[in-house]
Design a protein around this ligand. Sequence first.
Ligand SMILES: Cc1cc2nc3c(=O)[nH]c(=O)nc-3n(C[C@H](O)[C@H](O)[C@H](O)COP(=O)(O)OP(=O)(O)OC[C@H]3O[C@@H](n4cnc5c(N)ncnc54)[C@H](O)[C@@H]3O)c2cc1C
Length: 227
Amino acid sequence: MDVRLLYHTPEPERAVAVAARLCYAPVGAADLMDDLPDESVRKVLRIIMGSGHFSALEHASYTFAVDGVSRAMTHQLVRHRLASYNQQSQRYVAYDEEPHFIVPPTVADDPAALSRFDAATSAAFAAYRELIESGVPAEDARYLLPNAMETKIVITMNVRELLHFLELRCCKRAQWEIRELALAMLGLAEPTAPYIFMDAGASCRRGPCREGKMTCGEPYERAPRRE
Ligand SMILES: Cc1cc2nc3c(=O)[nH]c(=O)nc-3n(C[C@H](O)[C@H](O)[C@H](O)COP(=O)(O)OP(=O)(O)OC[C@H]3O[C@@H](n4cnc5c(N)ncnc54)[C@H](O)[C@@H]3O)c2cc1C
């Protein structure tokens, strides 16, 4: 999996704090952008994150390029509706060479399972190529391609949605591949806005687990909370 932060709103913490502070300021957002002291930015962020008044978080956004992930993973990812996506098309890209298939660790660690997995993905691709060569359009031949097939996707999320995504998908209850993606996204976003992402991640980062009976029962593994 290759996850890169392509770009984000410049000064994301200031952008969010200015939007929130505007509600109570006699001056406009442009003036606040220039003049709001850093200490006030942090104070406003503390209030927003503590109070749950999250709408100001929608004024900063992040765009990630993600390669080397499976279609099984992106199918889960795009269930997050308040984000923007563009994904490599299986209609417009017809594959000549056998593509890379993402192998889950449980399969990779079991030689017999890996052998069956490799045989099945190769057979599916061979049948796909036969359909293409017999004139079936890629958009129909692709029905044979496995969920394991590698894909590429670009994701844009505003900070409110990103925090929500991280809460659900950094959790140990999440499927391993989307969790790996979420942890990578958190690792890339956090240095750009340390106050906003200070407690980001699974719900147990901020309080009791919200997964009820499905809880993993284990503490979340992340650096201790900063004061
Ligand atoms: C551990 C785990 C297991 C899962 N298992 C399954 C499963 O078995 N089957 C399955 O189908 N899905 C499953 N999902 C997917 C899950 O049901 C959600 O579709 C997915 O996590 C997106 O979450 P969301 O709707 O909160 O987020 P988003 O789509 O990112 O939306 C963010 C928030 O915006 C608000 N919102 C968005 N759209 C609407 C709307 N139309 N109306 C009102 N409010 C809205 C909600 O507050 C929502 O929480 C699973 C997810 C996880 C994390």
